[in-house]
Write a protein that binds this ligand. Sequence first.
Ligand SMILES: [Zn+2]
Length: 338
Amino acid sequence: MHAAGLAHSDLSYKNVLVDPCTGSACLIDIDGLVVPGKYPPDVVGTPDFIAPEVMATLKLPLTDPNRKLPRRETDQHAMAVLTYMYLLYRHPLRGGKVHDLNDPQRDDELMMGERALFIEHPADRSNRANLRDIKPSFLPFADAAKLPYTLTGPYLSRLFERAFIEGLHAPDRRPTADEWEQGLIRTVDLVQPCSNSNCDQKWFVFDNTTRPACPFCGTAFHGTLPVLNLYSSDGKGNFRADGHRLMVYTNQYLYPWHTSRRVVPNERLTAEQRKPVAYFVFHQGKWLLINQTLTNLKDIGARKSIPPGSSLELVDGQQILLSPEEGGRLVHVQMVRA
Ligand SMILES: [Zn+2]
């Protein structure tokens, strides 16, 4: 939608339908679609998702040149709020700061508009949540000091900083939909199961450190954890780092979008591309990659082909070629001992 120059203008959790069984999602309520030069903005959006510049100029006449209306950059704000709320169960701007003691409506307008401030702003702490005012049912997520946005991992943390610190009042600095998609895809591959079977959350995002621990229950990981760093081929024998890592755990799968940079895990995947091609198991003290359908899997150092149906033990420093084609991936294995 954004790549075509259009804007939704009313992104909110009311307009996103998610099927928790299949993981598929869709956007609805497209009647507010903004088509530049054809359909001007018709609605301003849903409270809590309206961009600060739109909120701050809401009372100006439509003809006033300072009036800001929905467009792609305001969608980008709504998208950041939506992602933050889905992952952290709290609103990024609704904190403890009071802007107008006597007029709650004016207070809300300022909080979401011209004085909008990220509740987790690292330098300005004045909008931190007042925990005494929070209902126990909203804990633990309402407590940003205990569960900060950084638990979403390195990629999403950076996007939240651009959306709510650098870009909150500078619309052109907000992350694009494509950047959110890339960040989410990479973050899924950093997810690890918590080793504490009584953990409330069960899974957490690996924070790219050498001492992984679950941020929810505090349980540290003990053992050897393979981290696969992905590189992709330019087709001429050169490989470049993709800035994409895959954390291994028992029954973690490898999919076609891991074996080639040219496959993107989105709604355009074919039925064949949705099938796993290999998986990982921890067996008798060893981490094994079990090849299911990859016909060109190679352990580069050992100069050995690993045909479908056979396995390869993962060791530190190993290089594994998943696919020899252009965009095909090479994996560099790193064993984290914690
Ligand atoms: Zn845990």
